[in-house]
Design a protein around this ligand. Sequence first.
Ligand code: FE2
Ligand code: FE2
Length: 210
Amino acid sequence: MSLPLQSIDVLRQEHDAILSVLDQLEQAVALAQDGVLVPADIFTDIQEFMSVFVTQCHNHKENEAVFGRLDDDLAGQVLANRLKQEHQEALAVDRDFAAAVAAYVPGDIASARRLAGATERYADDLRQHITTETDELFPLMARDLSGSDRDMIAEFDRVETDEIGEGVHERLHAMIDGLPERIAACRRPAGSGVAAATGKQSSAALLHER
Ligand SMILES: [Fe+2]
Ligand SMILES: [Fe+2]
């Protein structure tokens, strides 16, 4: 029987964080499409999370610490190449999403619809990629890489400090924790004292988190 790997736990927890942000993003986009004045900073914060946490950090951990260790058999090589290719293809989808976020204006339904289209493509691709890693990559890691677990964890730590910087990972986790309340505040009637929905609302909460 395979031993539990700490490296798999780390990647799985990051997948859970990503999936939770995708759920929040879809809720916020649906509200914006319904004409709710969802503040733009909710989407720019999520876009930063996608760019820094997913692309620069999580994908680099897999590229640099995991995929190169799966070369011992053909199945491992094929899977690693496929996942690496998907990381590469995700860059263009990420750019489209970032452009749609930058163009979003609260109350402008056309910009909300563009954002909804970019979100759908981004979320579909990412969920599918995570499912492949859960179903195919993790069992292969558990079978073949238990002897490299400590080395992989050390490389994960190096990616976090060298490539995104000290404390950024923690700041983004704090941002995730605050998202449900910020999105719930958009649903409250104007004048309730919580959601001013001006597009700049909630920056105080953000500053507090940062
Ligand atoms: Fe991946
Ligand atoms: Fe992943």
